[in-house]
Write a protein that binds this ligand. Sequence first.
Ligand code: FPP
Length: 265
Amino acid sequence: MTFFTTEIRRDPLALPPLDKVPEHVAIIMDGNGRWARHRGLPRSAGHRQGTENLRRIIRAAAEFGVRIVTIYAFSTENWARPRREVMLLMRILEMVIDRELQELDEEGVQIRHIGELDGIEERLARKVIEACEFTRDNQRLILNVAFNYGGRDEIVHAVQNIVRDGIAAEAITEATINNYMYTSDLPDPDLIIRTSGESRLSNFLIWQGAYSEIYTTETYWPDFGRSAFYEALVEYGNRRRRFGKTDDQINGEQMKATRVKERTI
Ligand code: FPP
């Protein structure tokens, strides 16, 4: 009998180790509404499933060794959605904090917020600040929640603060601007994932994403689970990042690094 092959006995959750893991993955969690529509469900059901999936992906990211995950949960443009949906997204964030904070903390997740808290109702803004405070010493995974976030808005605020601080025009470099970004102490995202078949940044990390690898998939966010995430990381591992240089330069740098490593062993 060949029914019980090794294929069946093998741990279904085991995935081969990744050669190269991105340190920082940013995600545009798109397609909740379409996921729901295709099932004849209200959009709220899509957001609820999307929230469930977020749990899976945070866990998977920690498992695969990703150090920072930035999620686009509510953009400055999302205020234009129907009021009921805006309220729902606010409630979801509040619910995630109320119900998941303890477990996220136990799993070593440090929660951060990027975006503006101005304009968000006071009770929720307070909870966001408290969640960040509560988890500030955790080191396993940084979860950056972009909520009421816009990339252009972030740049505008950076410029305003640079001017406020009286920094001379000639003294402004890329590093100066970087220092005024919400993510000033974090590396830029190595990989930006967007689900649901769209291929736009939609005002997400437009400064930080200048050299990010972009991965898009037709899969709607609620269905983009652990193995889909793994696949995205595998594809990232196969990409060659040149940062404006030529292939020959990159090959030379890699050979040099290997020689240095060999000499130090
Ligand atoms: C895009 O799908 C999704 C959003 C605007 C919200 C993402 C929110 C979650 C996944 C829930 C977790 C949220 C928090 C606050 C932690 P869409 O509604 O634009 O889908 P569509 O393009 O198919 O309509």
